[in-house]
Design a protein around this ligand. Structure first.
Ligand code: ADP
Ligand code: MG
Length: 639
């Protein structure tokens, strides 16, 4: 049996390969072909030029294409006309004994109508340059909405040539369920970004001289106010439901504190630092390796040499004192050819450290903004939907179905879906409804630019305003509230949800006061400065507090206030012990994917079986209250 046969290739391909004169598969072919044949998966393959990448995707592609179906099933994007023609030619060679497969090349500088006509005749595979492809899509000459495979060949070259936009746009025209195979000689940040954005859990193979580990790590920073550090961390975790990360703090104390807070807020986290005994540390590491912990909060010393596969994110909760240490931190991710992200949560005063680090790592950081509540809710919602879709049904459930059907009788499919998803989603939306955005990106006006967001949370009609006065003008939330009430001649509870930032603030009124607010405030001067008020689309939490109190609550929201005021922890403190539910907060396993699906889920779900930092209870027993675990029944509102 020849080696190509062993890879699982069929007769007609083997015959073609014989004609090509290939005797043995190259390394990338040996690695990629069986994987791609075996299942539908996304793949990132890194191999130097000339290592036979075309056949590595071409052979399995030809084998997987349905020759009897004349619809377009695959799109290969390649950087240049030459390559495009070359690949087309190769694919034709590979498929010459397979009847009915048509490959059409689409590239600039040739008649677009002719290319369109060739496609119309039935081309299962289109090999295209991004520019021309985009052109064809714009003119409606091609339909790639139902393709099964998309291959990005020489991805680094394509991005080098400035095709990022085109590629993103083309990909967004393809169905989500397709498989994406990315082939590239190197893995610069842009390629990693594409992979991250458009691929789901890609199999990754690297061949030959490995690109240095750091080439597979992309670096991002998030600029926040110092007081928002923790909230930022939480949001980043919420925005990455599958996060598996090491979070670095500067001191043992901070390490312990952040871990405790995360646990309390329902995340599966643990601390790792030098004050723990060896046994405790071993316990924590064991849980981390076993994926019972998603966020390992660690000091530099304690985390030295951690060698755990598949860490998705390194989070620099605080930058290290010695910037050289940054390298050691970020090296925890992006190992063995995997992609990883190193995140820095940074305040304005530390910004220049970013440039110093850039010089050391010889890579650029990407400045990102903390996702808004809306974005997080969307991510979580889709994550939940996917989770539901991927959930395997244990037929034990059949016994209960009659009773369950009884309860759910009368609900339409649509209602049922809505309700099912809401079981978990309500918690997130409730939390983020009342929590402002915290990005402070260059100039603190970021929340205003956010106002372009299409939806708002302002569900019970309150109007939220942005006003250009803040703590710099010696206001805190109480004094600003008083000032507004006085200036506007409004009643005690007419101004609420006052949220004071340095150079600006937000507040709410009921709509009936809007005209007055706009009219009066925009004509007032404060110490010679004109006040400017605008309606903010980006509602930081539209509604009034329960029981009519008009909140405001001190400006910061990292610890959602009013804990305790309602929501007595139902729950008893047992089991769920170390997560308090006061944060209405999101989190918890519910949404998070069960990455270690092999492990029988601790019923509670994946969340917070989190061993305490003392390395103690590894599996907190908890009652599972609803599917997906987590959500306890929404707390009743007391008002
Ligand atoms: P790259 O991965 O850089 O794009 P190609 O796929 O273009 O490399 O292949 C480089 C050359 O190697 C081509 O001429 C191709 O025909 C040849 N080649 C590919 N696979 C094999 C093989 N298994 N045995 C011999 N030659 C091969
Ligand atoms: Mg190539």
């Amino acid at each position: 049996m020849n080696k190509f046969e062993q890879l699982g290739l069929n007769e007609s391909l083997l015959k073609a390969i014989l004609d090509l004169g290939f005797e043995n598969p190259s390394e990338v072919q040996e690695k990629a072909i069986p994987l791609l044949l075996e299942k539908d998966t996304d793949m990132v393959a890194l191999a130097q030029t000339g290592t036979g990448k075309t056949a590595a995707f071409g052979f399995p592609l030809i084998q997987k294409i349905d020759a009897d179906n004349r619809n377009t099933q695959a799109l290969v994007l390649s950087p240049t006309r030459e390559l495009c023609l070359q690949i087309t030619n190769e694919l034709k060679n590979y498929s010459k004994y397979e009847k009915g497969i048509n490959v059409v090349a689409v590239y600039g500088g040739a008649s677009i109508t002719e290319q369109a006509r060739d496609i119309k005749r039935g081309a299962q595979i289109i090999v295209a340059t991004p520019g021309r492809m985009q052109d064809m899509i714009n003119r409606g000459l091609v339909n790639i909405k139902n393709i099964d495979y998309c291959i990005l060949d020489e991805a680094d070259e394509m991005l080098n040539m400035g095709f990022y936009e085109d590629i993103v746009s083309i990909l967004s025209d393809t169905p989500d369920e397709k498989s994406t195979w990315l082939f590239s000689a190197t893995m610069p940040q842009e390629v990693a970004r594409i992979a991250k954005q458009f691929m789901s859990d890609p199999v990754e193979i690297t061949v030959g001289a490995k690109n240095s580990g750091s080439a597979t790590v992309s670096h991002e920073f998030y600029l926040v106010n110092a007081r928002d550090r923790y909230e930022a961390l939480k949001r980043l975790a919420d925005a990455n439901p599958d996060i598996f990360s090491v979070v670095f703090c500067r001191t043992k104390r901070d390490t312990q504190a952040v871990a405790e807070k995360l646990i309390e807020d329902g995340y599966s986290a643990a601390a790792l630092h030098g004050d723990l005994s060896q046994a405790q540390r071993d316990g924590v590491m064991k849980s981390f390796r076993g994926r019972q912990i998603q966020m390992l909060v660690a000091t530099d010393v304690a985390a030295r040499g951690i060698d755990v596969d598949n860490i998705t994110h390194v989070v620099n909760y605080q930058l290290p004192d010695e910037i050289e240490t940054y390298n050691h931190r970020s090296g925890r991710t992006g190992r063995a050819g995997k992609l990883g992200t190193s995140i820095v949560i940074v305040t304005k005063s530390e910004l220049r450290k970013i440039s110093s680090i850039e010089r050391i790592i010889k890579q650029k950081f990407e400045e990102k903004t903390i996702p808004s509540g809306i974005e997080i809710c969307e991510i979580q919602l889709l994550h939940l939907a996917t989770k539901i879709k991927d959930t395997e049904v244990d037929h034990e459930i059949d016994n209960y179905l009659p009773a369950i059907n009884n309860v759910l009788e009368g609900l339409s499919k649509e209602e049922l879906i809505k309700k099912m998803v809401s079981v978990e989603f309500n918690r997130f939306i409730a939390y983020y409804k009342k929590n402002r955005d915290i990005s402070s990106q260059s100039g603190e006006r970021r929340e205003r630019s956010d106002s372009a967001e299409p939806r708002e949370f302002n569900n019970n009609g309150a109007v939220r305003y942005f006003v250009n006065i803040g703590s710099r003008d010696n206001f805190d939330w109480m004094s600003l509230k008083d000032y507004l009430k006085e200036t506007l001649d409004l009643g005690r509870d007419d101004v609420f949800k006052v949220d004071v930032k340095e150079g600006f603030s937000f507040f709410n009124t009921d709509p009936e006061h809007t005209e007055k607010v706009m009219e009066v405030l925009n004509n007032v001067q404060l110490e010679g400065r004109r006040i400017n008020v605008e309606i903010s689309k980006n509602d930081g939490g539209g509604r009034r507090d329960h029981n009519g109190r008009s909140g405001g609550g001190g400006g910061r929201s990292s610890a959602p206030r009013r804990e305790g005021s309602f929501a007595p922890r139902r729950e008893g403190s047992g089991g769920g012990g170390f997560r308090s539910d006061r944060n209405a907060a999101p989190r918890e396993g519910g949404f998070r994917s069960d990455r270690n699906s092999s492990a029988p889920k601790r019923e509670g779900g994946f969340r917070s079986s989190a061993p305490r930092s003392e390395g103690g209870s590894e599996r907190a027993p908890r009652r599972s209250e609803s599917f997906g675990d987590a959500p306890r029944p929404r707390r009743p509102r007391r008002d």
